[in-house]
Design a protein around this ligand. Structure first.
Ligand code: ATP
Ligand code: MG
Length: 392
C-alpha cells in the first residue's frame, strides 16, 4: 500500500474555544519539527479542524509514523491514500483498490462513511456510501456490510482531492509542546524523574532540568547517564537545558553539622531551594519531581511536607500515586528504562544514613539547619553560580 499522507487527529485541543488556533499552530510546528528529522519532505497544513501531513517526495513510512508517534497532542495518525482524480468512477475504483491492498484477507465486514468538505461535489455522502459499498461487495464477494459493528470502517473524504483511510494508529495524546509554560525538572539518574518529566511535558509544558552531582563521590559516568536521560526525554519534550550543580561542598557541610538520620531530608530541602533559585532565573513556573508516596524514607507524606515547606513555586509530582510497576512500564514505553537502571552511584545514596527519619518534624529539621548558618548561603550561591549548563 502506498500511503502519501497522514491525517492527524487531535483530541483535547479540539475543544479549546477561541484559543484553539494557538494550539493547532503549536501542533503544526511540532509536527513539522519532527518530520524535518526524517528523510523526505512534507507539507503540513491545517484545514477546517484537521491537520494533514502530505509527503512531497519519497519517504519511509515506518520512520514517519515513528516520528509522529513522539509528538504530544496527537490522538491518532491515519495513513491516507489520496486520489487526485475527482471523477466518481475513479473514486469507486480507488476505494476498491484501497480495500484490496489494505486487507488481503477478505473475510471481514465493513462500512463506508463518506464526508464532503466540498459540497459542490455532485454526489451526496449517502449516495457515495451506498455506491462504494456496492462496488466493494461486487469486487470482493467474501466481504459483507455491517453498519453497526464493522471490522473495517472505510472513510471517504471529498476535499480538493479524495482521501481514503481506515486505520488509526494511536498517538501519545496530551497537549502540544510549548502551550503551557515552562517548569524545572529535578532530574536524577533513577527511573522516576525522567517519567515525571515526560508526563508533565505531555501536557504541553516546556522543560528545563537540574541535576545535582557530588564529584568525586559521584562519577563522570553518572553525570553522562543523566545527560543521556535528558536527551531521551527531549526526544519527546523538545530541547532541554540541563543545569548541572556541584552539590559536594553542601553535602559535606550538612554531613559535618547535622544529625545523620536527617541528612536525606535536609539535602532534599537544599536541592529544592537551589532548583527554585534556578527556576526563578530561567522563567520556570513550577518544579517537577519523581516523588511517589511511600517509595522511600524521604517520600512519606511527613517527609514530603517538610521538603515542600521550602518551596514557594508549585511542585508538580505526576507520579505521586503511581505504583512502582506503573512507573517502570512508562519508562519502558518511553525508552528511558535501560539507561535509568545502569548501576551508577547517586549523590543522595552516598551520604545516606542507615536509618533515616521517616517522620521528620519541621521544627527539629529547622533547628538542625540553623547549624549551617555560617556558611550555607555562600555555598548555595557558589553552587548556583558555578553550575554547568548542557543543552540536551
Ligand atoms: P528517581 O528514580 O527519580 O531517582 P528516587 O525513587 O530515587 O527517584 P529520590 O532519590 O528520593 O527518589 O528522589 C526523589 C526525587 O528527587 C527524584 O525523582 C528527583 O526528582 C529528585 N532528585 C533526587 N536526586 C536528585 C539529583 N541528584 N538531582 C536532581 N534531582 C534529584
Ligand atoms: Mg534517585
Amino acid at each position: 500500500m502506498k500511503y502519501k499522507a497522514f491525517l492527524i487527529k487531535y483530541a483535547e485541543i479540539g475543544v479549546k474555544g477561541k484559543n484553539r488556533y494557538l494550539f493547532e499552530d503549536a501542533l503544526v510546528k511540532q509536527i513539522n519539527h519532527r518530520l524535518k528529522g526524517i528523510d523526505g519532505k512534507f507539507l503540513v497544513t491545517k484545514e477546517s479542524g484537521r491537520i494533514y501531513a502530505a509527503a512531497e517526495e519519497e519517504f519511509d513510512y515506518d520512520e514517519a509514523v515513528e516520528a509522529l508517534s513522539c509528538v504530544f497532542g496527537i490522538a491518532g495518525i491515519c495513513p491516507l491514500v489520496q486520489l487526485e482524480d475527482m471523477d466518481y468512477e475513479a473514486l469507486k475504483a480507488g476505494a476498491v483498490k484501497y480495500i484490496g491492498e489494505a486487507y488481503p484477507d477478505r473475510n471481514f465486514s465493513f462500512k463506508v462513511v463518506a464526508r464532503r468538505a466540498d459540497k459542490q461535489y455532485p454526489v451526496s455522502s449517502d449516495q457515495i456510501n451506498r455506491d462504494v459499498g456496492e462496488a466493494i461487495l461486487n469486487a470482493y464477494p467474501e466481504t459483507r456490510v455491517d453498519v453497526h459493528n464493522p471490522d473495517v470502517l472505510l472513510r471517504v473524504e471529498v476535499r480538493h482531492q479524495i482521501n481514503l483511510f481506515s486505520e488509526t494508529i494511536p498517538g501519545l495524546g496530551g497537549m502540544p509542546t510549548g502551550t503551557a509554560g515552562k517548569a524545572m525538572l529535578l532530574l536524577s539518574g533513577g527511573i522516576d524523574s525522567p517519567v515525571a518529566g515526560f508526563l508533565t511535558a505531555k501536557r504541553g509544558v516546556t522543560l528545563e532540568a537540574v541535576y545535582f552531582h557530588a564529584p568525586p563521590y559521584t562519577s563522570e559516568r553518572a553525570k553522562k547517564k543523566v545527560i543521556d536521560l535528558a536527551g531521551q526525554v527531549a526526544a519527546y519534550a523538545g530541547p532541554i537545558r540541563l543545569h548541572i550543580v556541584n552539590f559536594t561542598d553542601i553535602q559535606l557541610y550538612i554531613y559535618d553539622e547535622c544529625p545523620h538520620d536527617e541528612l536525606t531530608i535536609i539535602m532534599r530541602r537544599y536541592m529544592m531551594r537551589i532548583a527554585e533559585c534556578i527556576a526563578a532565573e530561567t522563567g520556570c513556573l513550577a518544579l517537577i519531581t519523581g516523588e511517589s508516596i511511600g517509595q522511600v524514607a524521604s517520600q512519606t507524606l511527613q517527609s514530603l511536607a517538610v521538603t515542600n515547606e521550602v518551596c514557594k513555586l508549585p511542585v508538580i509530582r505526576p507520579l505521586i500515586a503511581f505504583d512502582k510497576q506503573d512507573i517502570v512500564d512508562w519508562s519502558l514505553k518511553i525508552g528511558t528504562y535501560e539507561t535509568s537502571v545502569l548501576p551508577y552511584e547517586d549523590c543522595c545514596t552516598i551520604f545516606v544514613a542507615k536509618h533515616p527519619v521517616t517522620k521528620p518534624v519541621l521544627r527539629r529539621i529547622e533547628n538542625s539547619e540553623a547549624k549551617l548558618a555560617e556558611k550555607i548561603e555562600a555555598l548555595v550561591e557558589a553552587a548556583v553560580a558555578g553550575r554547568e549548563i548542557v543543552r540536551c
